[in-house]
Design a protein around this ligand. Structure first.
Ligand code: AKB
Length: 318
């Protein structure tokens, strides 16, 4: 049985991933690591937890040793929009923090490390429609550069340092348990809160900006399936496209309006986030992930919108 350390357990993805891992591997085999006091109640109340700042390698090592960790998920990251404003912080967390995790893993016999890359790893020379898995990557954001670094350094530790490192390029992730912080695709989560609470949302991206998105249950399935995939079947490691749905703000607003008829969408473009979104793909070719570990998404936009509205209304008592 694996002993898994989830770093970034209090964030948008960690909050959903931890309960699934606990169910699969047992409560005592999943150690949730939050940054400072950011762990939510559903994690604090079940299973072991700790606090780790990935800029502190010693803290990572102490926890690996204390809990006999053999597998690590690193979900800690400064997302695209904040990273542009705080690029040195992003450098410490997304670059140095990652090296700390890989080095701590190497010195303490951690066998498997799971990382997340992003559609931000692509850039303006990358083909925009059905972006191939293996293609030109020339991001011009610090976040995107950190994700190319994640892929390359992960592949390097896998080839040369004997750790089984794996990872996927996540599209914008939509979920209701915890909100994302300071990303470019966050509008696709914010819109649901505002639609339920205020019946109106002002979107910071242009109505026709099409981006790849994924609903959280599919993102979690992808991470868990890749974790469990047969190693001999994997030719790629940290650089898998996964595709689910692509839509524009206008299309998402239409789907919400079909369910909340008095919902109104307004637009006030944020030039920073618009320029980031404009450098990302519209849709992804995920045939490599399908071939190497049978990836397949379940949710389309309408199923996602139904499920989001149902769960958020319960969460917000509406
Ligand atoms: C962001 O918008 O920064 C992230 C991402 C697509 O990696 N959600």
């Amino acid at each position: 049985m694996k002993k898994i350390l989830v770093i970034g357990a209090g964030g948008q993805i960690g909050s959903d991933l931890v309960p699934v891992l606990q169910k699969t591997f047992g409560f005592n085999n999943v150690i949730s690591a939050g940054y400072q006091n950011d762990l939510p109640d559903h994690i604090l109340n079940k299973g072991p937890y700790t606090y780790i700042d990935i800029r502190n390698k010693k803290q990572i090592e102490e926890n690996i040793q204390k809990y006999n960790i053999d597998t690590i998920f690193n979900l800690a990251s400064i997302l695209s929009a904040l990273a542009e404003k705080e690029y040195l912080l992003s450098y410490e967390v997304n670059f140095t923090g990652l090296i700390n995790i890989l080095e701590a893993s190497k010195s303490n016999n951690v066998k498997q490390v799971m990382l997340v890359s992003s559609i931000a790893a692509f850039g303006s020379y990358t083909p925009k429609e059905m972006t191939p898995n293996d293609t030109i990557q020339n991001p011009n954001t610090i976040y995107g550069i950190s994700k190319v670094f994640t892929e390359l350094i992960g592949n390097y530790y896998s080839d040369k340092k004997g750790i089984d490192v794996r990872g996927i390029r996540l599209p914008g992730v939509i979920s209701w348990k915890r909100e994302p912080t300071a990303g470019t695709t966050d509008y696709a989560v914010d819109i649901f809160y505002k639609a339920i609470l205020e019946k109106e949302y002002t979107c910071f991206l242009d109505k026709n900006t099409k981006l790849p998105m994924i609903y959280m249950p599919d993102a979690i399935n992808a991470l868990v399936n890749l974790l469990n995939a047969e190693k001999s079947q994997l030719k790629h490691k940290v650089d898998f496209n996964i595709n689910s749905m692509s839509f524009t703000p206008k299309e998402l607003a239409k789907s919400i309006k079909e369910r909340i008829p008095d919902f109104k969408m307004l637009y006030k473009i944020d030039p920073l986030r618009q320029s980031i979104a404009d450098s990302w793909p519209n849709s992804l070719d995920d045939n490599i992930a399908k071939e190497e570990w049978n990836w397949k998404a379940k949710y389309n936009i309408n199923q996602m919108v139904d499920d989001m509205l149902y769960n958020l209304k319960l969460k917000l008592n509406k």
